[in-house]
Write a protein of this length. Structure first.
Length: 445
């Protein structure tokens, strides 16, 4: 089978997409005043349908105003948080060797380009996040009496999102508080969806999943080692060495450190292939890292199955502490533990009311919920950046104008607008520098 078949199909679809767009453009079907228009390489399909629904949903002015004000407060917190993370990342990058520096692809939160975001799950989560982000913009815009010109779908070979086109003139003419409510609405929607999808995954996993055993999970087994001779495999869980329980990684390493080469030890583990605990003996080899120490020949997952289940269900309850647990939830993709599939899936039993779906279908559903939460958090934080033309850029512009008006009561509206526009231009350049810094500086030091 051709290993490049997937790439060839993708390239063919992209070329076909550009041919179709070109033909539509030549036929006069694409333009600013048409139902089809271009946004960079993406095709926008516009419609006026749906505006009446936005009017109906937006008629609860007082409610949506409170929601919008909540969004503004969250956007300020998110803006400060993401900017602080960028500064921290820039500082850390000065100590990172070039071999460990992140790639430029990791700066883009796009499925298929960013290596840690899986294509299928990522596209589903991105589309859902963008659609509801834009829908919230539209609802709050109408609640603030700001017009919506059209709604539509954004295409690049496949649907990649949606948009709500606000009336720019009405948006800029509206009071700052009103337009800031609209700008912050999408950020609020993404954070709210993060909570909803995380809670859904927590409920689903906690009601159906139990670890196969309390111990350290095997990621893979090296060939021609005692573990390979014993038929240990990825997905098995080691529960004890020489009678010493190994409920944690430290306990496993400590038990193995007490052994020596050519020693025969008792080994207890849960076999994923047999579906039951096994007790046996194995003669250890010489460790290539610590000469004289016993060597089993397994690579184990740093997070044990019970610890991983705790992170899925409630990260703040992690034995490592709430902050560490939350960080571990965020970096599960970097550790190869999300999406849950293959070896990782073997660490758990699926039962309860969802057992009928089978482990494969169950974990696909759970993975979708994880990525819906993860991508919405990414979208919310990214859009809070004080970077034009993101929502955070408009909010920063208005925040700066409000502060300038308090400090200089004699300034005209035109001067305030000019100063605020310059301020967001400076913040945009600074954010871009901080983003690029992390990928360039390690290669220069």
């Amino acid at each position: 089978m051709n290993p490049y078949l997937g790439y060839e199909i993708a390239l063919g679809l992209i070329l076909l997409y550009f041919v179709i767009v070109y033909l539509l453009y030549q036929a006069g079907r694409i333009g600013p005043d048409r139902a089809l228009s271009l946004f960079g390489p993406a095709l926008m399909t516009k419609t006026k349908r749906g505006r009446s629904a936005l009017d109906r949903w937006g008629r609860f002015v007082r409610f949506w105003s409170v929601v919008g004000d909540t969004g503004i407060a969250l956007a300020i917190i998110a803006m400060g948080t993401i900017f602080a993370l960028l500064v921290f990342g820039a500082i850390v990058s000065t100590r990172v060797p070039a071999s460990e520096a992140p790639s430029a692809a990791e700066a883009l939160g796009l499925p298929g380009i960013n290596p840690i975001i899986p294509l299928g799950y990522g596209i589903v989560a991105l589309v859902v996040g963008i659609v509801l982000h834009e829908l919230m913009h539209g609802v709050i815009a109408r609640s603030q009496k700001i017009g919506v010109k059209s709604l539509g779908i954004l295409w690049f070979v496949v649907p990649i999102g949606a948009f709500v086109e606000q009336d720019d003139a009405e948006m800029m003419a509206a009071p700052r508080r009103s337009r800031d409510r609209v700008a912050a609405a999408g950020i609020l929607a993404n954070f709210a969806l993060t909570v909803v999808f995380f809670a859904a995954m927590s409920v689903v996993v906690s009601s159906a999943v139990t670890p196969t055993a309390t111990g350290v999970g095997i990621a893979y087994v090296e060939a021609n080692t005692p573990a390979a001779n014993l038929s240990l495999a990825g997905g098995d869980v080691i529960t004890a060495i020489n009678g010493t329980s190994t409920p944690t990684l430290n306990a496993f390493e400590s038990a193995l450190a007490l052994t020596h080469e050519n020693q025969t030890v008792q080994l207890a583990y849960y076999s994923a292939s047999l579906g039951q605990p096994v007790a046996t003996s194995v003669k250890l080899a010489d460790s290539p890292t610590f000469p004289g120490r016993g060597y089993l020949g397994v690579a184990v997952v740093t997070i044990t199955p019970p610890e991983l289940l705790q992170i899925f269900v409630w990260p703040p309850g992690s034995s490592a502490g709430p902050v560490t647990g939350t960080i571990e939830w965020l970096v599960l993709p970097l550790a190869g533990l999300q999406p849950v599939s293959g070896t990782t899936q073997e660490f758990f039993h699926v039962g309860g009311p969802l057992a009928f779906a089978g482990p494969q279908a169950f974990w696909i559903g759970a993975n979708i919920l994880y990525w819906l939460a993860w991508m919405n958090l990414l979208l919310g934080l990214s859009n809070a950046l004080p970077l034009f033309p993101l929502d955070g850029g408009l909010l920063f512009r208005d925040f700066f104008a409000t502060l300038a008006a308090r400090a200089h009561a004699d300034w005209s509206a035109a001067r305030l607008d000019q100063v605020a526009t310059r301020a967001v231009a400076v913040s945009s350049v600074l954010v871009l520098i901080l983003l690029v810094w992390q990928f360039v500086v390690p290669h220069l030091i």
